[in-house]
Write a protein that binds this ligand. Structure first.
Ligand code: FMN
Length: 346
């Protein structure tokens, strides 16, 4: 009933664990989610951050780490569920990391933080592809471009609303006014038209603040086939994040969250802390730059987002991204618990 059947692969549970960088969703979390029959997603962002020599050759180190994490996830999943890789379109290494993900056997590649207009040309035929969008307009543009250039459609779409964690695809004022429900319904209309026109079913997954069975069913009633969930998976034993990062999510409430303007050029939701309080937006921080983002100008940015996220991954909390609706996340549980809560089995 809930099964999601792509042209070559299936998942029993209509849940995607959202890719979370840096170092939050790696092979252990993704593999554990897949083992439950859902889709686990490895974040490709700066994935080589723990490798020696990363600052000298970030791409080579990230490719090596990506291969290891995909293999690890597949071994943990033991053939169940699917393993995806999330690559930010805004990353300088976006094309290389997408190509590598497909080559190393990822079942799916999911791309947000910008419009992945050339995604189809970067992957093999067996790799499922999906954009993350925050409006019907953005999806329509991707569909039009992919059809014209590649005669290819996405296999699924992630529809991310303003309550999500990490970078958001909205203008500042839209974060308070736009509702995920409205975007999901709009996107569903577009996908329905497409099904009639071209005969292909494109699955949609709603994301941002989804925590319970009721949340999931509300999205289903609006036409979504499933949900993508991020933050609750951080507070699990299996999550790859440092314990300090997990504990920060457990200890925080919605009132502890704030919206920041990230050097990536997007608004983002993060936990208020001393690091964020100490940023002087009138100053440019001079530091070594690995030139990781297409959209960041190091001559103008007050801090390096890549460094801040890598530090947090190591347990020295700088920027800690989180979705909204976290009041109910008050202990570290397991992947199985998170999935059962969303599926209504407990
Ligand atoms: C710590 C953290 C890091 C994230 N990193 C990424 C990322 O690198 N790329 C991306 O597309 N989305 C990223 N996201 C968004 C998630 O994949 C997911 O879509 C979103 O968090 C869903 O909302 P929820 O956390 O409220 O469930 C991140 C979210 C969090 C909480």
């Amino acid at each position: 009933m809930c099964k999601v059947s792509f042209f070559n692969k299936e998942m029993d549970i209509p849940i995607i664990q959202g890719g979370m960088g840096v170092g939050i969703s790696l092979g252990n979390l993704a593999g554990s989610v897949a083992r439950e029959g859902a889709m686990g997603v490895i974040s490709g962002v700066d994935i080589g951050y723990r490798e020696e020599g990363f600052l000298k050759d970030p791409l080579a180190k990230s490719k090596a780490a990506l291969k290891k994490e995909i293999e690890k996830a597949k071994a943990i999943a033991r053939g169940r569920g699917l393993i995806g890789v999330n690559v930010m379109t805004a990353a300088k290494d976006y094309e290389e990391l997408v190509r590598a993900s497909s080559e190393y056997g990822a079942d799916a590649v999911i791309c947000g933080a910008g419009l992945p207009l050339n995604l189809p040309e970067l992957v093999g035929k067996e790799t499922l592809i999906a954009p993350i969008v925050s409006s019907k307009r953005a999806l329509a543009l991707i569909l039009k471009t992919w059809k014209k250039r590649y005669d290819r459609l996405p296999d699924f779409v992630v529809v991310e609303g303003p309550k999500a964690g990490g970078h958001l695809g909205f203008k500042r004022e839209e974060i308070e006014t736009v509702k995920l429900e409205d975007i999901v319904a709009d996107v569903f209309e577009l996908l329905k038209e497409l099904k009639t026109e071209r005969g292909k079913k494109i699955y949609s997954f709603a994301a941002g603040g989804i925590r319970t069975l009721e949340d999931r069913l509300r999205m289903k009633d609006l036409g979504a086939d499933g949900v993508q969930v991020g933050t609750p998976f951080i507070a699990t034993e299996e999550c790859d994040a440092h314990i300090n990062f997990k504990q920060a999510i457990v200890d925080s409430k919605d009132s502890d969250l704030e919206i920041i303007l990230s050097p990536v050029g997007f608004w983002a939701r993060a936990i208020k802390n001393d690091f964020l309080k100490g940023i002087d937006y009138s100053k440019v921080q001079k530091r070594r730059c690995i030139d990781c983002l297409k959209t960041c100008d190091p001559r103008k940015t007050p801090y390096c987002i890549s460094k801040a996220l890598c530090e947090s991954a190591k347990g020295r909390l700088n920027v800690v991204f989180s979705g909204e609706n976290i009041d109910s996340i008050d202990e570290i549980t397991t992947v199985k618990d998170v999935i059962e809560k969303l599926m209504g089995e407990r």
